[in-house]
Design a protein around this ligand. Sequence first.
Ligand SMILES: NC(=O)c1ccc[n+]([C@@H]2O[C@H](COP(=O)([O-])OP(=O)(O)OC[C@H]3O[C@@H](n4cnc5c(N)ncnc54)[C@H](O)[C@@H]3O)[C@@H](O)[C@H]2O)c1
Length: 276
Amino acid sequence: MIFVTGGAGFIGSNFILKWMNSSNEDILNIDNLSYAANLKNLDSISSDSRYKFVEANIQDQNTIEALLEEHKPRAILNFAAESHVDKSIEGPDAFINANILGTFSLLSASLNFYKTLEEEKRDKFRFIHISTDEVFGSLSMSDPSSDEESPYKPNSPYSASKAASDHLVRAWFHTYGLPTITSNCTNNYGPMQFTEKLIPLMITNAINGKNLPIYGDGKNIRDWLYVEDHCSAIIKILEKGRVGETYNIGGNSEKNNNEIVSGNMQDFRSYVSKKR
Ligand SMILES: NC(=O)c1ccc[n+]([C@@H]2O[C@H](COP(=O)([O-])OP(=O)(O)OC[C@H]3O[C@@H](n4cnc5c(N)ncnc54)[C@H](O)[C@@H]3O)[C@@H](O)[C@H]2O)c1
């Protein structure tokens, strides 16, 4: 079995659906069902005996340890996080709690569990931490893409909290030998994303005849990747990644927000005209 935390969110639920289609292994989803969660995303597999859901906070170390003891997973994939940059600016506390203290609790629980394993199981155990390229700061068009050697330059409370969690994960490998791997992925798009994020927000605003609010001058550049491709990369990292490493994941598709929104609006207009 594997554990996924934050599996009722955007990327976690895409990951679980992909896993259920491509693997015979059981999966346990641990999520505290924050405002960003939507269990309906997982309706199609909710009665499958290979899938289980537990409502819990990753900060609740006792509950996580009891689940680890009960199910003895071979891996934990940590998707659980507060993830919206604007919300982190309005109220950073939730981000410090979920992203930093939550990762700390999960690492502590995982290490306690890892220590109880026999050598053969220890060799196979993995703690995969899902992080973001936002820890490397912002890019201009002339900058090279970030890579695994890029310095951390987080600019928002969200990216700072993710950067802190990445450092904890690294330290738990180097200090305690917990077999961790971190992935830093660029912006994801695709089905089941909560409507606060750029692309679904613009589409729902357009449907409702509202304004399309683009942050600043819209020239902020990000790389974009389809969420299922991110999930495929995570599965590859789980199976073939080297412990103690970090892996950057990207789509070679750098665009500014104006391009993203106007491109989406062209697709949206052609969709509406075909419907008519
Ligand atoms: N969305 C992106 O473009 C993107 C890109 C790269 C990396 N990431 C990272 O991927 C992960 C998932 O992102 P997402 O877009 O799916 O986020 P999301 O906000 O859609 O989902 C996060 C999920 O985690 C759960 N959660 C939050 N705090 C929790 C806690 N303390 N205990 C248990 N569950 C908790 C929420 O209820 C939610 O279901 C995050 O760590 C994020 O930093 C996201």
